[in-house]
Design a protein around this ligand. Structure first.
Ligand code: URP
Ligand code: ZN
Length: 461
């Protein structure tokens, strides 16, 4: 019987901090307490004195090998991306199924599961609804009741490909509400964006700087308000992804205070970077092209405040990297052709610790909650994951708060030739990462193989 005994760590959960041993038997936490004993002579003892021991991170918004047309994919596949996740202390990810035109939700789900099989850590999938037709409600029911996929992603932007009209957004929300499922929504006013993009291009304005100018803050604020209105009247529980503006936060808080079930996510890049990155020389700003874009500085303050107050519940990465060479540079003479997305899955826990906890913007327990417990609860994984408790999966992060390092594309595990956090000083790092009772990362080395992760069947609300 495989077992680990983690001694004298400072255990952190979303609600408690205490010194304890943790006994892991097979893939589960079997005991917590002082002076725990080995199970047998093979039990490996891990000295965690001076370390924090917290539940492994859960990144509920990533896009590994996302097809973006013309044979291009986001540059991390499920193997390289989950290797990076583990190296950064994240032990579960939730990616997306994006059905192709004419493909049923279930066929798309089965195909995506095959692609995701090479993951090193456990993975769940949100189902994207990219078209609405008469079979959609029944297929959504199957996703929720049989496939462990009780969350549906919809896009208000990208109307020419995967975005939905308001009529169809309402239909998805109405169906999800009846199924006790949650709708995850990308809020940007797609038509205004398209109008501004075309206008800039026709004026010869082609550089990355026009990416944020074609997606100004009110494009998000308006879409958030409209999404909230649709959710209110359909009674649909909502999760708003990558919230980037103060205006969006205010609208979300107002709706929640009036009784709506609305949850929100922000991303490390919106907390830590701002729109000045797009003024970098030449084409360098392309590395920062993601949607919604980086914002004027004052929004960062509002987002940190919202995280601290619990007005925003999670910080996910929207991990969707593209190499500068050969991928981002496809948009060198047309900013609308720069693939949208950045890397971050490896850096999330460390950034939130260094720039959140150590800068006193969030507490240690909030760090655990924002990065692990809240996403587990919201997306049907709790209490199996997202906490340290007897019977929970042994997904553990042993965090050494005493180290220092600097983020660099030369040393990260992401398969990407750039890292938007290059030069960020990091305090603290994973000392060891355990996934399902197996040591997955130790002293800088990944110890688990391609295919070690499993598909996560998730509970509905
Ligand atoms: O820029 C982004 N967010 N890329 C990933 C795809 C999406 O819109 O979520
Ligand atoms: Zn995304």
């Amino acid at each position: 019987m495989a077992s680990l005994l983690i001694k004298n760590g400072q255990v952190l959960t979303a609600t408690k901090t205490f010194i304890s041993d943790i006994l892991v038997i097979e893939n589960k936490i079997a005991a917590l307490g002082k002076n725990l004993e080995k199970v047998d002579t093979h039990t490996r003892i891990i000295d965690a004195a001076g370390l924090y021991v917290l539940p492994g991170g859960i990144d509920a918004h990533v896009h590994m090998e996302l097809p973006v047309g013309e044979g291009q994919y986001s540059s991390d596949d499920f193997e390289t991306g989950t290797r990076a996740a583990i190296a950064g202390g994240t032990t579960s990810i939730i990616d997306f199924v994006t059905p192709e035109s004419g493909q049923s939700l279930l066929d798309a789900l089965n195909e995506r599961k095959k692609v995701a099989k090479k993951s090193l850590c456990d993975y769940g999938l949100h189902m994207s609804i990219t078209v609405w037709n008469e079979s959609t409600p029944e297929e959504m029911r199957t996703c929720v009741e049989w496939e462990g996929t009780p969350s549906f992603k919809v896009y208000m932007a990208y109307k020419e490909t995967i975005g939905l009209s308001d009529v169809h957004l309402i239909a998805v929300m109405d169906t999800a509400a009846k199924l006790n499922a949650r709708v995850i929504i990308h809020c940007e006013h797609g038509e205004i964006i398209r109008y501004l993009q075309k206008k800039f291009l026709s004026e010869g304005k082609t550089s990355p700087m026009y990416h944020p100018l074609s997606r100004p803050p009110e494009v998000e604020g308006e879409a958030v308000a409209r999404a909230l209105l649709m959710a209110k009247h359909t009674g649909c529980p909502l999760y708003i992804v990558h919230v980037s503006t103060q205006d969006a936060v205010e609208k979300i808080v107002k709706a929640r205070n009036s009784g709506q079930d609305v949850l929100a996510e922000t991303c490390p890049h919106h907390l830590l970077l701002d729109e000045t990155e797009y003024s970098r020389p030449g084409f360098e700003g392309a590395a920062y092209v993601m949607s919604p874009p980086l914002r004027p500085k004052h929004h960062k303050k509002a987002l940190w405040k919202a995280l601290r107050a619990g007005d925003i519940q999670t910080a996910a990465t929207d991990h969707c990297p593209f190499h500068m060479k050969g991928q981002k540079e496809r948009g060198i003479s047309d900013f609308t052709k720069i693939p949208n997305g950045v890397a971050g899955v490896e850096n999330r826990m460390a950034l939130l610790y260094t720039y959140g906890v150590l800068k006193k913007k969030i507490s240690l327990r909030q760090w655990v909650n924002i990065c692990a417990t809240a996403p587990a609860k919201i997306f049907g994984l709790y209490p199996r994951k997202g906490t340290i408790a007897i019977g929970a999966d042994a997904d553990l992060l042993l965090w050494d708060p005493h180290t220092e390092s600097t983020i660099s594309a030369r040393t990260h595990h992401h398969n990407c030739d750039t890292n938007i956090y290059t030069g960020f000083l990091i305090k603290g790092n994973p000392h060891m990462v355990i996934t399902n009772g197996t040591i997955a990362y130790e002293t800088g080395t990944i110890k688990v193989e391609r295919g070690s992760g499993c598909y996560l069947y998730r509970q509905r609300l």
